[in-house]
Write a protein that binds this ligand. Structure first.
Ligand code: DAH
Length: 340
């Protein structure tokens, strides 16, 4: 019986060493140490042994059982480890594989220009205001001293919702709104979209953007206007930039002017960009008309001011050397990605 026990132990160890599936391990456990297993049947047969043999064989049988159980545990641990290694190998991440590129957006040229203009004017003490694009005729025209028969009020030029409601044609409307809520001294700029009944071409669009400026205080005059806008132009286009004022007419300013900057491409000699002129027009401006102040409840005997309106698209086209305004509105990302 002792030989039989040794034989069982040897066989069990061999088979357990070879086992490589949890299922096989379970089969072996049942076959050797289970209720109907080989060891159990040996122990059952101990009754036929002599009293001297019985404790010796019994001790040996227990020893063999303990060894087989230890071996079973060892095989189970080995399998678990192997399974873990297999899983880990499957889950390996190669951190050196190049990632999937994610497309990062860029700022629209109009946004870039607006922010730059805002930075320049806020550094001069202007605050940034906003106003509605759907506007009353009153703020767009009447409060700006624009008579009922003015050509800009024609349906040919302006989109109307009704007799007194329209899409604003100029950010100047915000001047009138701002003066209703703020008393002088005041200094504001207002960027925003405006609408005109225009056909689309390389330099026109029914939808475009302006930046309005307004300052009202004591003793403000044309020289202040000239100083601030010269400063702005040199910060935006470069320190060599010169400015030129040409007389013009706007109902809400008197005197009124259009302002040109010396061409930053040729320095004023004349080139393709400035169409040989040496100068490029960028804004309209003037000294605020006393009627405009009066309508806003500000006494023109005490206060005066200046105002201006900058074409945002114009500046974007110039700054980024874009030769067709339509590119700004087509939303072709191949174009837009060039600016930052
Ligand atoms: N609103 C004018 C336009 O759209 C531009 C302008 C001119 C604005 C003179 C002003 C100004 O504030 O004083 O053409």
């Amino acid at each position: 019986m002792k030989e039989k026990l040794d034989e069982i132990l040897g066989r069990a160890i061999r088979e357990l060493d070879q086992a490589d599936q949890p299922q096989r391990l379970e089969e072996l456990r049942v076959a050797y140490t289970g209720k109907k297993g080989e060891l159990t049947s040996i122990l059952r047969g101990m009754g036929s042994l002599s009293p001297e043999e019985r404790p010796v064989i019994g001790a040996r049988a227990n020893e063999v059982r303990a060894k087989i159980e230890a071996k079973l545990a060892e095989a189970a641990a080995r399998m678990k480890k192997k399974e873990e290694e297999r899983r880990l190998a499957g889950e390996t991440i190669d951190v050196t594989v190049p990632g999937t590129p994610c497309r990062i957006g860029s700022r629209h040229p109009l946004t870039l220009v607006r922010r730059e203009i805002e930075d320049i004017f806020t550094s001069m003490g202007f605050s940034v205001a906003e106003g509605p694009e759907v506007e009353f005729g009153y703020y767009n025209f009447d409060a700006l001293n624009t008579p009922a028969n003015h050509p800009a009020r024609d349906v040919q030029d302006t989109f109307y919702f009704s007799d007194n409601m329209l899409l604003r044609t100029q950010t100047s409307s915000v001047q009138a709104r701002f003066m209703e809520n703020h008393k002088p001294p005041l200094r504001m700029i207002c960027p925003g979209a405006v609408y005109r009944s225009d056909d689309v071409d390389a330099t026109h669009s029914p939808f475009f953007h302006q930046i309005e400026g307004l300052i009202v205080d004591r003793n403000i005059g044309l020289s202040d206007l000239k100083g601030a806008l010269t400063q702005f132009s040199q910060m935006f286009f470069g320190p060599e930039t010169r400015v030129r004022f040409r007389p013009h007419h706007f109902p809400f300013t008197e005197p009124s002017a259009e302002m040109d900057v010396s061409c930053f491409a040729c320095g004023g000699a004349g080139c393709r960009l400035c169409k040989g002129e040496g100068w490029i027009e960028i804004l309209g401006a003037g000294v605020v008309h006393p009627n405009v102040l009066r309508m806003a409840g500000i006494d023109p005997e005490i206060y005066s001011g200046y105002a201006f309106g900058i074409g945002q698209e114009r500046l974007a086209l110039l700054k980024y050397k874009i030769d067709d305004m339509r590119l700004l509105f087509e939303n072709d990302t191949r174009f837009l990605h060039q600016f930052y």
